[in-house]
Design a protein around this ligand. Structure first.
Ligand SMILES: [Zn+2]
Length: 83
């Protein structure tokens, strides 16, 4: 079961994002603070969401490892100003 991740509509990133990791095919993995004192990551390619971590370093390492392995392609939201 996937967890609901509140997203910032302006950035397209999870609320509380503190770092981004770039995956194999450029899907972003966002490291974010789901609640005070916790850290988690959300892959914007495959949609996977981690468990909450107490230690930022553990969450950051896991996010980076996921970005290094994940082969999904991030689907971009529809842009209002098409090029
Ligand atoms: Zn992924």
């Amino acid at each position: 079961m996937s967890k609901h991740v509140p997203m910032n509509p302006e950035t397209g990133l999870p609320v509380g994002t503190v770092a981004l990791f770039l995956g194999v095919f450029k899907a972003r993995v966002a490291l974010f603070e789901p609640q005070p004192g916790a850290m988690a990551w959300h892959c914007l390619g495959c949609g996977q969401v981690s468990q909450n971590h107490v230690f930022t370093a553990a969450a950051r390492t896991e996010a980076n490892d996921h970005a290094a392995r994940c082969r999904s392609i991030e689907l971009k939201p529809q842009l209002t100003a098409a090029v």
